[in-house]
Design a protein around this ligand. Sequence first.
Ligand SMILES: Cc1ncc(COP(=O)(O)O)c(C=O)c1O
Length: 441
Amino acid sequence: MAAQPEATVSDLNAYWMPFTANRQFKGKPRMLARASGMYYETPEGRRILDGAAGLWCVNAGHGRTEITQAVARQLEVMDYAPPFQMGHPAAFELASAVAKLAPRGLEHVFFTNSGSESVDTALKIALAYHRAKGDAARVRLIGRERAYHGVGFGGISVGGMVANRKVWPAAMIPGVDHLRHTHDPARNSFVRGLPAHGAEFADDLERLVALHDASTIAAVIIEPIAGSTGVLLPPQGYLKRIRQICDKHGLLLIFDEVITGFGRTGSPFAAQEFDVVPDIITCAKGLTNGAIPMGAVLVSKNIYDAFMQGPPGAIELFHGYTYSAHPTACAAGLATLAVYEREKLLTRARQMAPAFEQAVHSLRGLPHVIDVRNYGLVAGIELDSIAGSPGARAFGVYLKCFERGLLIRTTGDIIALSPALIIEPKHIDELIGILSAALKE
Ligand SMILES: Cc1ncc(COP(=O)(O)O)c(C=O)c1O
């Protein structure tokens, strides 16, 4: 990456930045200008190791020529095609390619433009499915405390992160309840891989079924690994038990795999890694390597078939987006999946996990580190909070890392690491070197 002269930004005022302390940022901006492989570069030409795969999405590393070229080619051939009552070949090809990667039985793919849209689409499909089956009383949705399911009204309703919800209490969709979260630091701390304790937290679903009655519940949505709340790993046996309880009561199980999808755990989807097949998977991010916005909802044959009834000329689901299966996103998706396949990236986390695990657990004992947890190529490092200033400790580390040439992600006082799946041992050393120096400071 050759340093290039940058146009300086003359006015930071107009852009309202998402999930950002705007005034603080605009007082001291942090800018990225270029990206290649495992690194970003700032406008001044400072190299920044990307410890977060952008935002859990650039799984094949930055600047993949194959993806760039596929997108450019598609834009030249056909920039846009309406997705309603009209098709284009790449949409069908990508849906087939995604279905081929998916756990058995998830054969159909609905395209969206983000994780949030995937979640709201999945919730709508779940409700509409029961109605299509003549079970219209199943209207409740079950989420989980500390869950992140994006920012749509459906997503924040089933989500469980208070800051994302408290401002809009009256706008939540009705009939939602929440399972307890599975974070149990008293029994599971500094655990390598899945925690041993806590399968019984799944029985909280039986409590909600007893409270509401199964006949009123449509679906349960869970992140196999809760990422945005600070890397909460499922206790051993927990997801299987959730699946069993869903089966027992006829509830659909939705796995939100927006961050675990496309190789983060060592399998294409966490459903395969943890050997639990849900009825619906939501995904986004790694689907296009972050290059073009796109999300998808994978549904079982059973669900799809329930909609394919009635007169063949009738629209089966009144839902979709102007940019569902956008041609450039499909081109990016197909090129991304080809890179993943050629470089065997969707199982590479399995190979890299032991070295990554060793490295992140070497942070134990550094100042303020109260937990380290990891699976595949994801890790959470929890810091003790500064009294009265939750999140300040980790954000301080975030700023120090950026100064030293590393991009991490923080949520509250938890540092989340999720490097691209192309990571090499030398990058792991660099990442841990910078992070431990920042923690010591
Ligand atoms: C599990 C999960 N669901 C949904 C989303 C929302 O995705 P998006 O930001 O693309 O809307 C995210 C984003 O991080 C996520 O981690």
